[in-house]
Each structure stands twice: as structure tokens, then as C-alpha cells.
Design a binder for this molecule. Structure first.
Ligand SMILES: *[C@@H]1O[C@H](CO)[C@@H](O)[C@H](O)[C@H]1NC(C)=O
Ligand SMILES: *[C@@H]1O[C@H](CO)[C@@H](O)[C@H](O)[C@H]1NC(C)=O
Ligand SMILES: *[C@@H]1O[C@H](CO)[C@@H](O)[C@H](O)[C@H]1NC(C)=O
Ligand SMILES: *[C@@H]1O[C@H](CO)[C@@H](O)[C@H](O)[C@H]1NC(C)=O
Ligand SMILES: *[C@@H]1O[C@H](CO)[C@@H](O)[C@H](O)[C@H]1NC(C)=O
Ligand SMILES: *[C@@H]1O[C@H](CO)[C@@H](O)[C@H](O)[C@H]1NC(C)=O
Ligand SMILES: *[C@@H]1O[C@H](CO)[C@@H](O)[C@H](O)[C@H]1NC(C)=O
Length: 331
């Protein structure tokens, strides 16, 4: 689909079970986290899986020298940001708002757009879907039938992906290589929470942890920062290897405490809320619910909040009351 974007809302209705499971998982996971390390996705030496050494999805990819940690973009807590996924943005005139960082579609925005943002003093996070098949991406033909599980509820033509698949992982490495080539500062890999959805593949939280660790190691070797999108259950597992959180609706669902460990670790939470009225006029009480760090928004102090429409157009309102409409290209 040419319109890409609109990730938002994809996760919105499916996340109510998250808090309950996250409490259980947090206990298990703290212990596991120590042992996981960054080797995931590579061959584990035959210990845990039943035999096949082809389980190393990284095989065949180049191994650049790891960059010094300081060369990877670490956005500051409370960074200002904008996210536009529906269409590529149009940078032919002054880009507004001027914020610390833009999150834009990795495929549809040309390298020149990324350079324009950077020349204007902004950083660029490049969005792609890592855990779902989308039919109209340039590399969609590289997926195999066996990689796909169930269709995503509400997103016709889009399917959950088997995060264990060597083929899927190779495609995602290529996507990150493209992000690096285009000069992105960071990547925002979406749909890494298949485990909390009817995915048709039996995906587990552990599969997501392994997958995000795998993505993070490759991102790191490509000098790209990487975020965790939603997936609150695995925050504690992957926090050490990601540089930020991108979260949808933690205020609406009263689950910002799940993501607050990012802020405590000096890493920002880029939070998106979809209040009714977004796109024109948000009611004062909704604005206050989001922008006052109490009630549903408890534990969202220093989150980087934007109020958006679910189709993630250029429209945005900030908690200082300013509204902008970033220019988008027509397609
Ligand atoms: C990343 O770089 C390190 C250090 O060179 C290397 O050991 C590791 O295998 C690389 N990982 C990947 C996934 O390329
Ligand atoms: C976070 O940003 C807001 C708005 O830019 C500002 O008012 C606030 O003081 C900042 N907080 C910190 C801890 O820097
Ligand atoms: C509100 O925040 C946005 C985003 O950081 C910024 O571009 C804008 O200038 C701010 N507005 C005011 C009135 O400070
Ligand atoms: C992924 O691989 C792990 C380890 O081999 C296995 O435990 C898990 O069941 C696999 N998950 C899926 C969805 O195939
Ligand atoms: C670099 O970051 C990794 C985590 O990505 C961490 O394990 C390591 O200790 C860091 N190294 C330095 C020198 O800070
Ligand atoms: C905020 O965090 C505190 C301390 O962790 C916790 O007791 C409280 O329940 C949290 N509030 C919400 C609404 O999550
Ligand atoms: C970008 O905006 C300029 C100025 O409004 C306009 O002339 C141009 O057609 C737009 N480009 C696209 C691809 O929409």
C-alpha cells in the first residue's frame, strides 16, 4: 500500500492483557536477562535448540568493526520529537516543528530528506516494520510463505512474522543496512510484540527478547541507535541494548510505569497519545489528562509526549499547547 504509515492504533486495542503478564514476567525475566547477553540470533553452540546449526540468522552478513559506544546516537531524556508515517515528509520549505528528532518511514523518505533534517540540526529515526509482513514494501517479495502467521487484526494484507526465521532476520538486517546507508541516526522497528497478539505462530515473549537482542546487535555494528516499540513486557530484558522507547498510549492505558525504567536509565520514552479531537481541537480535559503527570499519566514525568491522529499525519500537538502540521508529500 502506498500509504504505508498508520502503524498507530494497530497495537491500541490489543494490549489490555499486558499489565498482568508483565508482572509475572518481570520476576522471571530479571534472572534471564543476565544470561542473555548480546549473542542471541547467532548460533548458541547447540545448547538449547534441537539440532540445526542453520539457526544462525546472521550468517553471511558482513561483520564491520563495532563502533565505540559514543558514536551511537543516544537521545536525551525529554527530547522533543515528531512522528510522521502516513506519507514521506516534504522538506522543500522550512521543516516545522524544529524538534530534536523526527521518526519517519525508512523506505518512503529519500536520503535527501534525512540529510535535510540533519542539516537543520535534527536527528532521524527511521521506522520500519520488523515483525510483520507488509505487502507493498520494496523487499516484500523476499519473504517466504512459511515466514507468515496470521493476518494482523485490522490491517488487511499484513501478517505476523516468525521472528525465529533465518530468512526474516536476514531481511531485517538488510533493512537496517539500508537505514545505515541512508544515514539514519536510529531505527524504530515496529511490531516486535507478536506474542501478545493472535499471531498464529506460537510466538512467545522469549522469541521477542531474542529478536530484539538480535536487531540491537546488528544495529550497534551499523552504528545505528535502536528503540523498543511498545512491548512493555520485555522492557527489563532489552533496556540495556536499546537507546529509547517508542510507546503508544501508555497514558490512555495507565501503564506508563512500565516504561519509566527507560527514563531512570537516562533513555527517553517517545510517547504517542491519540486523544479524540486530535487533528483539530483536543478537549481541555483530555489535554490535561495527558499533560499533567498524575492520574492516568502517573509515572510519565519527562516522557516526550506528542498528541497525534491514529494515521500519523503531520498534525501534532505538544504539552506546551503548540500545534504544528508538518508538510507531507502527496504520496
Ligand atoms: C558485531 O561486532 C562484534 C565485534 O566485531 C562481533 O563480534 C559480532 O559478531 C558482530 N555482530 C554482528 C551481528 O555482526
Ligand atoms: C522537559 O521538557 C519540558 C518541555 O520542553 C520542560 O518544561 C521541562 O523542564 C523538561 N524537564 C527536564 C527535567 O529537563
Ligand atoms: C512547544 O514545543 C514544541 C516542540 O518542542 C516547540 O517546537 C515549540 O516551539 C514549543 N512552543 C512554545 C510556545 O514554546
Ligand atoms: C523459536 O526458537 C526457540 C529456540 O529454538 C524455540 O524455543 C521457540 O519455540 C521458537 N519459536 C517459534 C515461534 O518457532
Ligand atoms: C557499550 O555498550 C554495551 C551495551 O550495548 C555495554 O555492554 C558496554 O559495557 C559498553 N561499553 C562501554 C565501554 O561503555
Ligand atoms: C507510579 O509509580 C509508583 C512507584 O513505582 C507506583 O507505586 C504507582 O502505582 C505508579 N502509578 C501508576 C498509575 O502506574
Ligand atoms: C512539497 O511542497 C512544495 C511546496 O508547497 C510543493 O510545491 C511540492 O509539490 C511538494 N512536493 C510533493 C512531492 O508533494
Amino acid at each position: 500500500m502506498a500509504s504505508g504509515g498508520r502503524r498507530a492504533g494497530k497495537t491500541g486495542g490489543r494490549r489490555r492483557c499486558m499489565i498482568i503478564t508483565s508482572i509475572i514476567v518481570a520476576l522471571v525475566v530479571i534472572a534471564l536477562a543476565i544470561g542473555l547477553g548480546v549473542g542471541l540470533g547467532r548460533d548458541h553452540g547447540g545448547g538449547s535448540s534441537s539440532g540445526s546449526s542453520s539457526a544462525s540468522p546472521a550468517s553471511g552478513t558482513p561483520l564491520p568493526s563495532p563502533p565505540a559506544n559514543g558514536s551511537i546516537y543516544q537521545p536525551a531524556v525529554n527530547s522533543t520529537w515528531q512522528i510522521v508515517l502516513q506519507n514521506p515528509i516534504n522538506v522543500s520549505t522550512t521543516i516545522t516543528p524544529h524538534v530534536d528528532v523526527y521518526d519517519i518511514d525508512m523506505f518512503t523518505n529519500p536520503q535527501s530528506t534525512i540529510q535535510s533534517l540533519q542539516q537543520a540540526g535534527m536527528k532521524v529515526i527511521c521506522y520500519f516494520s520488523a515483525g510483520s509482513y507488509e505487502p507493498s514494501r520494496p523487499d516484500s517479495g523476499d519473504f517466504q510463505a512459511a515466514d507468515k502467521g496470521k493476518e494482523l487484526a485490522g490491517w488487511p494484507g499484513e501478517y505476523w512474522l516468525n521472528l525465529n526465521s533465518t530468512n526474516v532476520r536476514q531481511i531485517m538486517v538488510k533493512r537496517m543496512q539500508l537505514a545505515a546507508q541512508k544515514g539514519c541516526d536510529a531505527v524504530d522497528p515496529d511490531n516486535v510484540d507478536g506474542y501478545s497478539n493472535d499471531n498464529g505462530l506460537g510466538l512467545t515473549q522469549q522469541d521477542s527478547i531474542d529478536f530484539v537482542q538480535f536487531l540491537a546487535e546488528h544495529a550497534r555494528n551499523l552504528s545505528l541507535a535502536i528503540g523498543l516499540k511498545n512491548a512493555g513486557d520485555i522492557v527489563q530484558n532489552v533496556l540495556p541494548v536499546v537507546q529509547f522507547s517508542v510507546n503508544e498510549q501508555c497514558i490512555h492505558y495507565s501503564e506508563c510505569a512500565t516504561f519509566a525504567p527507560f527514563v531512570a536509565a537516562g533513555k527517553p520514552v517517545f510517547n504517542i497519545e491519540y486523544p479524540s479531537g486530535a487533528g483539530s481541537t483536543i478537549a481541555v480535559e483530555k489535554y490535561q489528562t495527558i499533560c499533567t503527570d498524575s492520574g492516568n499519566a502517573a509515572n510519565s514525568t519527562d516522557f516526550s509526549k506528542v498528541m497525534k491522529t491514529m494515521d500519523l499525519t503531520g498534525w501534532v500537538e505538544y504539552c506546551n499547547g503548540s500545534v504544528f502540521d508538518t508538510s507531507m508529500s502527496s504520496s
